[in-house]
Design a protein around this ligand. Structure first.
Ligand code: 4NP
Length: 195
């Protein structure tokens, strides 16, 4: 478990979506980014998304975390090369690595995988639960890039970290836009539902 989550893991039970829609704020949308080691791509995605939320004044509307399908780096900060590359863009990466657990599939609404291997690992976990998070590749939300995945930069040079951040900035902006439009549609449905 992340000893110092940048945005704490939410409880298993979320509040009822509508006790009184005129008074209660919408529950936060819970978003988990997943890669292999949770020291390069997914903590960077978490940092990029948190920065977008802060800029938009939406930090309270989302709960954000990241995890790895592997547990080798458990407890470690993000890779120094990734932190430095993100820092040059004004993005902090505060998270500590943790391994995904099956309960995450019920704690989160949306799980975004960085590559096909991460996605396959998540699909295997998904077989152990009934319902839960919507799982998909993060690059599905890209607007400008046409990448198949967010490539693993760990064994490559500095340009790989820049490429990851370029993709994440595009994909996370698209993700936020898509999640906000879903939230808006859900709120509209609740508002028009008979009481
Ligand atoms: P990440 O990158 O999945 O983006 O965190 C990696 C980090 C560590 C390793 C591989 C990929 N590793 O082999 O230790």
């Amino acid at each position: 478990m992340d000893p110092a989550p940048s945005n704490p893991t939410p409880p298993l039970q979320s509040p009822s979506p509508r006790a009184d829609s005129s008074a209660a704020p919408a529950p936060p949308t819970r978003v988990l980014f997943v890669c292999l080691g949770n020291i390069c791509r997914s903590p960077a995605a978490e940092g990029v998304f948190l920065e977008l939320l802060a800029t938009a004044g939406l930090s309270e509307a989302f709960l954000v975390d990241s995890a790895g399908t592997g547990g080798w780096h458990q407890g470690q900060p993000a890779d120094r090369r990734m932190r430095e590359a993100a820092g040059r863009r004004g993005i902090a990466l505060p998270s500590r690595a943790r391994q995904i657990e099956v309960a995450d599939l019920q704690r989160f609404d949306h799980i975004l995988a960085m590559d096909a291997d991460n996605l396959a690992a998540l699909r295997r976990l998904e077989r152990q639960v009934d319902g839960g998070a919507r799982i998909r590749p993060l690059v599905q939300h890209c607007r400008r890039s046409h990448a198949e995945e967010v490539p693993d930069p760990y064994y490559g040079g500095p340009e790989g970290f820049e490429r990851v951040l370029d993709l994440l900035e595009d994909a996370c902006a698209g993700l936020l836009e898509d999640l906000l439009s879903e939230r808006g549609e859900a709120a509209a449905r609740l508002d028009s539902a008979p009481t």
